[in-house]
Ligand binder design. Structure first.
Ligand code: HEM
Length: 416
């Protein structure tokens, strides 16, 4: 059994709201300590220029509690924000679309946009996912080394979501830059202020509105056309609703899957036996390996809810109006739910991780697409570059929200 991570901090010294916490090397140790000693704890909020300091938040770190809050959206709502800090209410929808909504609006919007993600739509792009993964890997293959994040991991989800939305290839790069800005908030490298954030969102929104309107007049074979013309109970998406959903998709579709793929590559380097196991029977092991990669990576570290009424969780009273943060990264390492949780195990069964959320109304809409992309990418990598491995230490994103890898060097023997 892999040893549990530790920390020198006492439970009272752990401050999940302070930004510096996310640069600490003992992050896993902090959560292990909270799970053992204080499963529901209260934290002060950090400060972000331009946003008033909030009242603090409760933290759920055990699997069982994260799942419970996630599945009870009547008690734990999303409409007041799904990140820790409070954005002005008009910005919430602009940035987050349905992720910051509650029933009945959420239900209606989700029903509408689900048209773009039916199993049929997702299956129809399977071939594109495979050929795109193949093209990406063949392009880098002769080089023998590269930055894994930009040239391999990010390239696939970017190309797929842009292709699905009908974005011309010449604009992919700009989508990549803008989604980096939105999720790079707080990392000094991106220097994101509230103004920079707003400008990126406005640029994406204007782009989306123009794209959406062009499909209204001349629909094509893309989800932009499906979404702009879909009709649920007489309702259609307005172009500004479409624009907000577009921002959510471009950001959610790019930043999460790429980090899953990057952490997966790192894990396969660190656990060579697991890699051998997968390579010996790629198709047979793929379903469990892909789930384990997402548990291991937990690309989205948290989402927040707000209590709609006085309630209690794990014996802790929570008052109506208080913020509750579900730490997926901790739930996915909870020793009560996962035997030997710090072991990367490509055949782990069962593996009901909360990487795509803990279940309930907001469960990740793109989960099936992400699974296909991860499988296609590793299929291609392990076949074409069987000795690909991470060298040196990856450069990590400084964030409490996205478990991100910014750069990661890989090497391999170029195929003849
Ligand atoms: C490994 C990749 C991914 C991970 C780890 C991930 C994770 C998540 C998580 C944690 C949530 C919130 C769930 C909740 O609150 O219960 C979510 C929601 C969502 N995801 Fe993903 N996601 C991934 C890929 C994608 C992709 C590829 C897309 C679309 C192209 C996507 C679209 C969405 C949307 C639209 C929502 C909001 C659903 C709602 O509010 O009803 N995700 N995702």
């Amino acid at each position: 059994m892999k040893p549990l991570p530790t920390t020198d901090l006492s439970v009272d010294q752990i401050q999940l709201g302070q930004f510096e916490t996310w640069g600490r090397p003992d992050r896993d140790g902090l959560f292990a300590k909270l799970r053992a000693e204080r499963p529901v704890s209260f934290h002060e909020e950090g400060e972000f220029p331009g946003i008033p300091k909030g009242p603090g938040f409760w933290s759920l770190v055990r699997y069982e509690d994260v799942v419970r809050a996630s599945r009870d959206s009547e008690t734990f709502c999303s409409g007041q924000g799904s990140n820790i800090g409070d954005l002005p209410i008009e910005m919430l929808e602009f940035f987050g679309s349905m992720i910051n909504m509650d029933a009945p609006r959420h239900t209606k919007l989700r029903k509408l946009v689900s048209r773009g993600f039916t199993p049929r739509v997702v299956a129809s792009i399977e071939e594109t996912v495979r050929t795109t993964a193949c093209r990406i890997v063949r392009t880098v293959a002769p080089k023998g080394s590269c930055d894994f994040v930009e040239e391999i991991a990010a390239a696939l989800p970017l190309a797929i979501i842009c292709d699905m939305m009908g974005i011309p290839e010449g604009d992919y790069r700009r989508m990549f830059e803008l989604s980096n800005v939105i999720l790079g908030v707080g990392d000094p490298e991106y220097g994101v202020t509230l103004d920079v954030l707003m400008n990126a969102a406005v640029e994406l929104s204007q782009y989306a509105q123009a794209l959406g309107e062009s499909r209204l007049t001349s629909p094509r074979e893309d989800i932009t056309s499906i979404l702009m013309t879909a009709d649920v109970d007489g309702d259609r998406l307005t172009s500004s609703e479409f624009a907000s959903f577009f921002i959510l998709l471009v950001v959610a579709g790019n930043e999460t899957t790429r980090n899953a793929i990057s952490h997966g590559m790192k894990a396969l380097t660190e656990f060579p036996d697991e890699r051998r196991k997968w390579m010996a029977d790629f198709e047979g092991v793929a379903p469990t390996a892909v789930e384990e990669i997402v548990r291991w990576a937990t690309p989205v570290i948290h989402f927040r809810r707000t209590a709609t009424r006085d309630t209690e969780i794990a014996g802790q009273k929570i008052a109506a109006g208080e913020k509750v943060v579900m730490w997926y990264s901790s739930a996915n390492r909870d020793e009560r739910a996962f035997p030997d949780p710090y072991r990367f195990d490509v055949t782990r069964t069962p593996n009901e991780h909360v990487g795509y959320g803990g279940g309930g109304a907001h469960f990740c809409l793109g989960a099936n697409l992400a699974r296909r992309e991860i499988k296609a990418m590793f299929g291609e990598l392990l076949r074409t570059l069987p000795d690909i491995r991470v060298v040196g230490q990856p450069d990590m994103l400084f964030s409490a929200f996205i478990h991100g890898v910014k750069r990661m060097r890989v090497e391999w023997t170029p195929p003849r």
